[in-house]
Write a protein that binds this ligand. Structure first.
Ligand code: M6R
Length: 366
């Protein structure tokens, strides 16, 4: 049942080339500049003309929402707000007709996310669901939606559901961009081609598994970890930190790299591993200077870099190379080494990776 792996989490990490391509199947055909989510039909115009999109979710799904905020605003120029479902539901939010709420959930059973949806609906908003579990409560209680088709996710730590959520949300943004004309045909085509290439690029990143395992041995006794990223990779930093803390019980924090100097930099010393997502994108130069600030304070840096980066390897303790892609799509790739890192550290610490203490796969109580 674990497909020859020791844990479901590893099986699910390794399944990602397949789950992402399953998620794209029939929805994206770059040759024809075709991009469509069949499940969003009656409410497509509401989405297209939305004054505002509000994304509500929890945990990893909330991180997928944060990436989606950057993607929707960049590609489709629609304003997006991302809310913790648990906060949104209790703060008398301003939402109504003309707004669209997108609920993101692997399980489709998260109590706070369900409550956020019914609140939004009661105030007149259109509610769309992005779920993995077919026929789940969130799927049933949304006006329309799109499944992530990642297959059952058993490990408590969400991995393949996250990359599938990013795939659906990117597809949705591209579908809107096409209709709105916010991208040229050529730009749309390039992005669709790149999206179709993601599964093979993930396959390539998964080949770093042995190297990541070796590196994990050096860091398994750390007491704290910091994760830094900017732009599209900022939510990836948050996700990397969540993954580590939930399965290895090492305290970890994710930050937008530039916020470091507003506080967390005080934590940095030779005991503090800092994972920096530093792929070649529009924030690259800025991230390089943030990384130098960490090194100047004796922090130990593990950098996730674009293949062939000639600068960063000379500055840091370890690098993990990932294939290049459009920056909008990079989170689907840059999150993979962080999943592997947390997995190996947790295994080396003797933790129950598939069922971490105090956690449940779906949080059906608030
Ligand atoms: O099923 P959902 O996507 O609604 O679950 C949301 C969170 O409970 C979930 O992502 C949680 O944070 C994971 N354990 C993270 O790996």
């Amino acid at each position: 049942e674990k497909g020859g792996y020791d844990h479901f989490m590893m099986k699910e990490i390794m399944e990602q080339p397949k789950s992402v391509s399953d998620c794209l199947r029939g929805r994206v055909i770059s040759e024809k500049n075709h991009v469509k989510l069949g499940g969003i039909f009656n409410h497509f115009d509401d989405l297209l003309n939305a004054k505002r999109i509000i994304i509500a979710a929890c945990g990893t799904s909330w991180h997928a929402g944060l990436v989606a905020e950057y993607i929707f605003e960049e590609l489709a120029r629609i304003p997006v707000e991302v809310e913790y479902a648990s906060e949104f539901r209790y703060r008398n939010p301003i939402i109504g007709k003309g707004d669209v709420l997108i609920a993101i959930s692997q399980s489709g059973e998260t109590a706070d996310t369900l409550a956020a949806m019914s609140l939004a609906e009661s105030k007149g908003a259109v509610v769309l669901g992005v779920c993995n579990v077919v026929g789940s409560s969130i799927a049933r209680n949304s006006h329309e939606g799109a499944y992530t088709h990642a297959g059952p996710e058993i490990g408590v730590a969400s991995t393949k559901a996250f990359t599938a959520q990013l795939t659906v949300l990117t597809t949705m943004a591209l579908m809107l961009a096409k209709e709105k004309g916010t991208l040229t045909e050529a730009q749309l085509h390039d992005l669709l081609v790149e999206l179709e290439n993601i599964p093979s690029k993930i396959e390539k990143v998964l080949k770093t598994n042995d190297a990541v395992r070796e590196m994990s041995a050096l860091y398994k006794d750390a007491k704290n970890f910091l994760y830094l990223g900017r732009g599209f990779n900022f939510p990836v930093a948050l996700e990397g930190a969540l993954k580590l803390k939930e399965i290895s019980y090492i305290h970890a924090e994710g930050y937008p790299a530039a916020e470091m100097k507003h506080g967390p930099i005080a934590l940095i010393d030779e005991e503090m591993p800092v994972v920096v997502i530093a792929t070649r994108d529009s924030s690259y130069d800025k991230v390089v200077s943030n990384l130098q600030e960490v090194k100047a304070r004796s922090g130990r840096v593990i950098a996730v870099v674009t293949e062939g980066d000639a600068l960063i390897p000379g500055m840091v303790d370890h690098v993990i190379e990932v294939p290049d892609t459009h920056e909008v799509l990079m989170p689907m790739i840059s999150c993979i080494p962080l999943q592997l890192l947390s997995y190996h550290i947790a295994v080396m610490r003797g933790c129950n990776v598939d069922q971490p203490r105090n956690l449940a796969k779906s949080v059906t109580v608030e």
